[in-house]
Design a protein around this ligand. Structure first.
Ligand code: SF4
Ligand code: SF4
Ligand code: SF4
Length: 360
């Protein structure tokens, strides 16, 4: 049975205990196995040139209906709907949400996101040490790295969501979000060991944002936009079992040898033939938090790049809810937050009714 966001809010706002009940049932449904047709990305930082084509195209192709940045017109809030027509409003929301403010010299010319946000689902960041001369070298070197949802095999965000707004596709393993169910508690943010989900703080009707692997494009035979538009093959899309094999193969290559790196998808005819750089550490995502569907390779230690050292190799969901439920302030915050959202929702509903609109 599915319930709307508003129906859920009305039921939940007065009782944190109901949340606990919802989480328990979600936990019970969690699988720790890789789904049969699991797909994901392999990001190889040694191939990344920092062009950010992946970021720009992520915004473009996720601002369309079905995309992770798209928001249906009426759900955006009464204020907007009063100011412009439905058509104007839909166009406005379908525009890629570039972040162009606050950067000296950038007069709206380029997207200058500094971190993941309600407008940015993936980000390329830079590492630099000393003179920064040599790529993929920890001392006096530089490197790029990518941050986005890793699509955990056993996702903590799904396990703690009391409203069932976070879902793991049992077939392809994509972890996606259904905004109409979200109650705004932001447990998903607290639970994610990789600090990925972001909240739309500046929206009248906020939603949680994160990469959904462009699953809205799958039915058209397309795949992740970041992989499709990466010119070097640094980000490629494929089946997880094959991506794991490819990652292990690369990890064992002899530095200085030549290798044909496929571009866009694993097994693609178009390749980027280049000299192999030494890989550091490990294949990120093979074991972290029980394993993830997105994998990463880097010439620089992931610890140096700022990835948390505290993430265990075991799946987290069994632990997460038990942990969160014992933090009184979190529980209290959810109670107060839920009540606040209920009040806001009620006010928005009242305004809509007065204007003759309605949305469930
Ligand atoms: S990385 Fe975080 S948001 Fe993504 S699936 Fe894992 S727990 Fe969820
Ligand atoms: S797979 Fe994720 S990061 Fe890549 S373009 Fe799609 S939404 Fe963006
Ligand atoms: S992953 Fe590819 S598209 Fe993204 S910045 Fe690196 S080279 Fe450019």
């Amino acid at each position: 049975m599915s319930i709307s966001r508003r129906q859920f809010l009305k039921g939940v706002a007065g009782s944190g205990l109901v949340l606990a009940a919802g989480v328990s049932s979600t936990e019970a449904r969690m699988s720790k196995k890789l789904p049969p047709e699991a797909v994901g990305l392999l990001y190889d930082a040694t191939l990344c040139i920092g062009c950010k084509s992946c970021m720009v195209n992520c915004k473009i192709y996720n601002s369309v209906p079905g995309g992770a940045l798209y928001k249906e017109g009426v759900a955006s809030g009464v204020t907007d709907s009063l100011r412009c027509s439905k058509t104007e409003q839909t166009e406005k929301m379908a525009s890629p949400p570039y972040e162009t403010d606050g950067i000296e010299g950038n007069e709206g010319v380029w997207d200058a996101a500094e971190d993941l946000s309600g407008k940015t689902l993936s980000i390329i960041k830079a590492y630099r040490n000393g003179s920064g001369e040599r790529k993929d070298t920890p001392v006096n070197g530089h490197a790029f790295f990518k941050q986005q949802c890793l699509h955990c095999i056993t996702p903590a965000c799904v396990s703690v969501c009391p409203a069932g707004a976070f879902v793991k596709d049992p077939h392809n393993g994509v972890v996606y979000y259904e905004a109409y169910r979200c109650i705004g508690c932001r447990y998903c943010q607290i639970a994610c060991p990789f600090n990925i989900p972001r909240y739309e703080w500046d929206s009248v009707w906020p939603e949680v944002r994160k990469c959904q692997l462009c699953h809205h494009r799958f039915k058209e035979g397309k795949y992740s936009a970041c992989a499709e538009f990466c010119p070097t093959g640094a980000t490629i899309f494929g089946k997880v079992v094959e991506l794991r094999e490819e990652a292990k193969r690369r990890f064992n290559l002899k530095p200085g040898s030549r290798y044909d790196y496929p571009i866009r998808t694993l097994g693609a005819k178009e390749v980027n033939t280049r000299t192999v750089a030494p890989y550091a550490d490990r294949i990120y995502g093979l074991n972290e938090a029980g394993g993830t569907q997105n994998l990463m390779l880097s010439g620089i230690s992931f610890d140096l790049l700022g990835f948390s050292k505290k993430i265990p190799d075991s799946a987290l969901p069994d632990l997460t809810w038990a942990y969160i439920a014992k933090i009184p302030w979190v529980f209290l915050a959810v109670f107060v937050g839920g009540t606040g959202i209920h009040a806001i929702t009620g006010r928005l509903d009242k305004n809509r009714k007065e204007k003759g609109g309605g949305h469930d």
